[in-house]
Design a protein around this ligand. Sequence first.
Ligand SMILES: Nc1ncnc2c1ncn2[C@@H]1O[C@H](COP(=O)(O)OP(=O)(O)O)[C@@H](O)[C@H]1O
Ligand SMILES: [Mg+2]
Length: 225
Amino acid sequence: MNEPVLRALGLCKAFEQGGVRIEVLRNLSLEIQAGERVAIFGRSGSGKSTLLHLLAGLDDPDAGEVWVGGARCSAAGVGERARLRNRHMGFVYQMHHLLPEFSALENVLMPLRLRGLTRRAAEPEAMAMLGAVGLGRRLAHRPAELSGGERQRVAVARALVGKPDIVLADEPTGNLDQDNAQQVFDLMQTLSDEFAVALVLVTHDQGVATAMHRTLRLDGGVLSP
Ligand SMILES: Nc1ncnc2c1ncn2[C@@H]1O[C@H](COP(=O)(O)OP(=O)(O)O)[C@@H](O)[C@H]1O
Ligand SMILES: [Mg+2]
């Protein structure tokens, strides 16, 4: 069996607010294999976004470990974590989180520029990826000049441009109408196949979930099939 692209072992996470302690994740474990597409289901407040933050190394678990690309993310410093994220992971959020002052092309260039590539070296990849999401003719548009569906497709291109092992997507179609949601979702599936990128997708949409390789439910702080 190959090494999983992402592994979480015994994650625990609690938040304390106003003297109340809420245990969000309780000894949660998860393994994602190369190219695997997994849906995560769960009611609002069940800890889906918290889980994705921990998987991304953006927040620390109270206990447990996250392994990415063969490295233990939870043991790495800030710089090394950023490097692991940039090398191995892509992200798509519910809100597009594109930089408003930058064009579609510049937004998609960003992950490659962070790797130290010159603009000249990175541009062919970024342009090809915008082409792959059907936005080859929107390179110079800023986010405000794009439709909601187009913005989310730019976000998908940005997540994939570095050919990560895995994309983490937190309700990526939650702000789109049904047609656009379907289009963005189809695109994520197709590109996940094309580039052999694994996908962890938080969704409320039963139809989307059943189209994935595996569906997990987050309830009571643990995942179950
Ligand atoms: N930074 C935080 N501080 C305090 N409580 C938090 C924080 N982040 C999340 N929570 C709480 O943790 C629980 C899970 O939140 P979240 O992961 O956002 O759920 P979901 O994404 O499934 O809707 C909620 O009860 C939320 O209020
Ligand atoms: Mg959430």
